[in-house]
Design a protein. Sequence first.
Length: 253
Amino acid sequence: MFPTGFRTLFRREVLRFVRRPRNTFLPPAITNVLYFSVFGVILGGRIDQIAGFSYIVFILPGLIVLGAISNSFENASFSIFHGRWNEYIHEILTSPLPYTSMVLAYILSSALRGVLVGIIIGIVGLGFTSVSVAQPVYLVAFMLVICLLFAGFGVIGGLWARDFDYLTVMNQFIVRPLTFFGGVFYSLDILPPLYRTLSLLNPMVYMVNGVRYGFLGYSDVDPNASLVVLSGLTLAVVLVDIALFKRGYGLVD
């Protein structure tokens, strides 16, 4: 079904993070133990229910989104940049593998890492509270779309970066702040009208609420419209990635 070259590159990219679980899976697990302990247990016990849910249950989907998209982005951006930095990506570029297959191998492997991290965070969350999946189809759809989307953004980031500091800046000062202001720790209904309107300009709001709808059946925005828009954006980003590879942007001097 898939060309040998695609399978080979995909397998290499997956093995790159699977073989180093202490670097890829352990840090988000430990970080979210802290999140659930501080925000869910210590502070959550002093906060009234939000939208009819306990605070720790309400923030669980948002923390899963935060970990999933961060790891999808980090994996793609680091892999592309590391290949450029050490010049072994040239071997891939000179192979007969189509540019589309190259891009999809990077994106799908990075999205897989994001999904796995999301599952790990969900398992960690179950150690602190119980939660059911109200809309499993929506949950799977949103998780796949947002991980693919940020893997696609990661490819762009890896091509654009000029040194390793660029990767840190993009993730720590762009991705994470947008996520924290995307309704991870609060509902848009508690915001004043002006701030609620401004929050709707943040794409993370639709991702967090989409996954929250999958878990809890509750969302501050229309999940169907969110899924359609995010799917279209994902397709557009993937096409941009392919076009950049064809142009050799960031890949050749």
